[in-house]
Design a protein around this ligand. Structure first.
Ligand code: ARG
Length: 458
């Protein structure tokens, strides 16, 4: 009958086989084994210290749990679907091993606060890992920016050539995004790092537990303040997936640029062969699979966010089994973000750039037109009038298939008498870039200062 179940007491019929499979989470929550054992040891120590269970039981529990840990890590632990989840798999094995003492472990807690604890412990470490991957990507971007300082590329708006910029400036734009992603992760960590254990099933426990002591053992900075909230809150996981979604959105935009920049039409960059694949039919192809996949995987992370928001939206307090559905989207998000960041950092490090193609592209599309307008403003023309003058000059160039820099002084003067020989020095690519020297601008000196600031960790 159901006597093999830890909750079998009030049941007379065995669980239907398919119901058992359908309701089990062991296939995916087994990855919480380490956190589950760590949490149980802390709980047992607290129960012992409070005199709720005997000290010799605590020792037996700790020893038994450590053996189970070793077995799981050695791959010799037999996970069972009929024991539903990681919590009951471990607890049942412990009782098998050490008898009575094992059965005392669950005193003063429930799986509801236990699972909340395990996820928080797990996510806490993963956020630290993701933060380190973000640092790797930031480093790779800064290295590229530093190694290629001075390289000019076209800056775009509407994907139309707008103004020349430094390639390094473009790389540092992604550094800013990554830094905000990191800050969001670290902020989320503050709300993850709160101990929920001690809430019991929903209302607290009748035993004289010491939650602060458990928090201290497990290195939590706070304990939750309301037992109902402790077992039903998944905001911390949602926040994490939301921050991960924004992070993936950044990687996806970058992917899109790398895909575009690797086309034969752009040819701005060359991704290393190890990040690309060929085509089975077209021998000339080298496809940017890695950025394409990262762009694609962004969709799964958004999907995970919607999935968990939707799971949570109608749930009455406190715990509901629906919440078991929190784990797969959370784990998938963690795996996807870590994988994408790791592969991106390596790809950026190995990316080669095509200096001459970028420069040639930056020279096209009348990219220095704004510089001519600014020149006229410095000569006393109101900006709107200057804009009009340059617009007409551009039109003239289009009709005559010329670039702005090819216009003679006489031709310039057809549009404004204020234009003189000194215009030529104003509309070189370097002049255009270096004129934008205020904080946040693309001038080489400014970008060099930014690189220094970032390298100093500021
Ligand atoms: N496997 C469950 C989950 O992940 C653990 C908590 C189960 N609690 C319960 N009352 N059924 O949510």
């Amino acid at each position: 009958m159901s006597k093999d179940k830890l909750w079998g007491g009030r049941f007379t019929q065995p669980t239907d086989k398919f119901v058992e499979e359908f309701t089990a989470s062991i296939d995916f929550d087994k990855r919480l084994y380490h956190q589950d054992i760590r949490g149980s040891i802390a709980h047992a120590r607290m129960l012992g210290k409070q005199g709720i269970i005997p000290m010799e039981d605590v020792l037996a529990i700790e020893k038994g749990l450590n053996e189970i840990l070793q077995q799981i890590e050695a791959g010799t632990f037999d996970f069972s679907i009929s024991l539903e989840d990681i919590h009951m798999n471990i607890e049942a094995r412990l009782s098998e091993k050490i008898g009575e003492a094992g059965k005392r472990l669950h005193t003063g807690r429930s799986r509801n606060d236990q699972v909340a604890l395990d996820i928080r412990l797990y996510l806490r470490d993963e956020i630290v890992a993701i933060s380190a991957y973000l640092d790797m990507l930031i480093d790779a971007l800064i290295s590229q920016a530093e190694a290629n300082l001075g390289v000019i590329m076209p800056g775009f708006t509407h994907l139309q050539t707008a103004q020349p910029i430094l390639f390094s400036h473009h790389m540092l734009a992604y550094v800013e995004m990554c830094k905000r992603d990191k800050a969001r992760m670290e902020d989320c960590l503050k709300r993850v790092n709160v101990l929920p254990l001690g809430a019991g099933a929903l209302a607290g426990t009748t035993f004289p537990i010491d939650r602060e002591h458990v928090a201290e053992i497990l290195d939590f900075s706070e304990v939750t303040r309301n037992s109902l909230d402790s077992v039903s809150d998944r905001d911390f996981a949602l926040e994490f997936i939301a921050a991960a979604s924004i992070l993936m959105m950044h990687l996806s935009r970058f992917s899109e640029e790398l895909i575009l920049w690797s086309t034969s039409e752009f040819k701005f960059v060359e991704l290393s062969d190890s990040f690309c694949t060929g085509s089975s039919i077209m021998p000339q192809k080298k496809n940017p699979d890695v950025p394409e996949l990262v762009r694609g995987k962004t969709g799964r992370v958004y999907g995970n966010l919607m999935a968990l928001l939707t799971v949570m939206k109608g749930l009455p307090l406190a715990y509901n089994k629906d919440m078991q559905e929190d784990k797969e989207p959370l784990f998938d998000t963690i795996d996807t973000v870590k994988g994408s960041l790791k592969i991106f950092a390596d790809m950026i490090r190995e990316m080669r750039i095509n200096v001459s193609t970028m420069r040639a592209a930056a020279a096209k599309g009348f990219s220095t037109a704004t510089d001519v307008a600014d020149y006229l403003v410095r000569k006393g023309l109101p900006f709107r009038d200057a804009h009009e003058v340059v617009g007409r000059a551009v039109q003239y160039c289009i009709e005559n298939e010329m670039e702005l820099k090819e216009l003679s002084v006489a031709e310039w003067q057809l549009f404004s008498g204020k234009i003189d020989r000194d215009i030529f020095a104003c509309i070189t690519l370097e002049a255009s870039v270096n004129a934008r020297a205020a904080t946040g601008g693309t001038a080489e000196e400014r970008v060099r200062m930014e690189i220094e600031r970032l390298k100093a960790g500021k």
